[in-house]
Design a protein around this ligand. Sequence first.
Ligand code: ADP
Ligand code: MG
Length: 501
Amino acid sequence: MNNSVEMKDISKSFGSNLVLRGVNLSVPAGKVTALLGANGAGKSTLIKILSGLYPDHGGSVLVNGSVATLDSPGTAKSQGIQTVHQRVDEAVVPGLSVAENLLFEKIATREKGTSGSLAKLLPEARKVAAALSLDWSDKFLRKDVYELDIADQQLLTLARAVVDKPSLLVLDEPTSALSAAEVDNLMAVVRSLRDQGVGILYVSHRLSEVDALADHLVVLRDGVIRGEQDAPFAWNEALTQMLGDDASESLSSAKEQRGSEDILTISGLKLFPRSAPFDLAIRSGEVTGVIGLLGSGKSETAEAIFGAGKSKPENMTLHNSEFKPTHPAKAIKRGVYLVPEDRAKLSMFADWSIQRTVTLPFLDQITRGFTLDNSREKKMGSDVIAELGVVAEGPAQPVDSLSGGNQQKVVVGRWLQGDPQVLVLDEPFRGVDIGARRTISAKARGLASQGRGVVVFTSEVDELLEVADRVIVMVDGEPRMDTYLSETNREEIVNTMSEVM
Ligand code: ADP
Ligand code: MG
């Protein structure tokens, strides 16, 4: 087969943990092959083997029919395999222009001093952009990459990966940070590459995207391929293969719970110069979902609850007494907990173990004098692993070696070890697979049914429909809709979200 990549009997273990067990997968040229699997299934490990990061694997990779040695990222690229990893902000080179980033590999491999001026690069950069139907002006090409928003950075890393037309392009969750219009743009680029004969391996948790884009679907679970399909896809079958047997049960929608008592009240919150101040009461016993587009005031509302944002409400109460945190740590003392949007930056330290990550906010409770109670720490770590079904070797495993969804389970599970009065989750499902999403939703709903307040901020309607009882739609810095889920529907929510005055 020409211009294709085949993986034969691939295996890989970390210590005693066998995470890929005889994977056979071929990615033909001119097709989009989607790779689906819950967090921890082994997708990233497989991708890292293809990008030359794990030379010590079992089995072989054939490129255009002959065995390829993939022992470094450089050799993978020279074999025509290009990978766009998930964190784009780490992939662009700050301080360089868009054009320089786009042609970075070429500049870097040229002899020193021959890179030439930016003006000389522009014609080539323009050509690359035009070949991808990207409408990039010279002004745009001259910008420092740091001035770009995440969507343009994402398109840039994609464009850079295809400068030297690869035979295989691997995309790991390329749309997790993009809006719907930006996703359309990226998908158009992927389609055009496919039509030029590039083989594409596409990892995504968004089923609607895979449905629209992929020609072939491969499901990985626990390091084994569980099923393959050609489009059009039978999604029930794929989900069962992906999640195992308990999938059908968790697919059923949860029963609406309605609370009656105000647990947290906010009054006189004015978010933007042009928006009016508003009041909001969070009730215990139900999950409140707050949804809105970027710029709607959704994140600002979350920040205000923790005394962290620019906008301060006139007054807040918790259990009918004044609540005025000047700092998130003060909110924690009162049992108001936040799972922040940027988990990597704000709630984890890269080389910490699972158990230390879990106990971080509670260190004072497990410390006697200056001595940390190690066995209590270990127990709290193990409890979170058990309660949220974290796929891990044990509580001592570094948290950053877990997949994204399992990291998020740890960060959410940590707060359930405390005594939350109000739990605020900001975009808790970003980059998280369906299995982890269901677990986290179920935990949030369970907490509400114990009479606590739970607020979930999200920008995805499907996530809202899954987790929330009550729905608040933010538009232009104010709540535009506030009702129970059973009294509205998807269409109405989407219409309200897109109402801009
Ligand atoms: P996915 O990308 O499908 O979510 P991964 O390939 O990231 O899954 O992980 C598969 C399994 O391998 C998980 O159990 C994970 O904990 C483990 N794992 C991944 N990377 C490492 C590593 N560097 N060290 C130890 N275990 C790892
Ligand atoms: Mg992964």
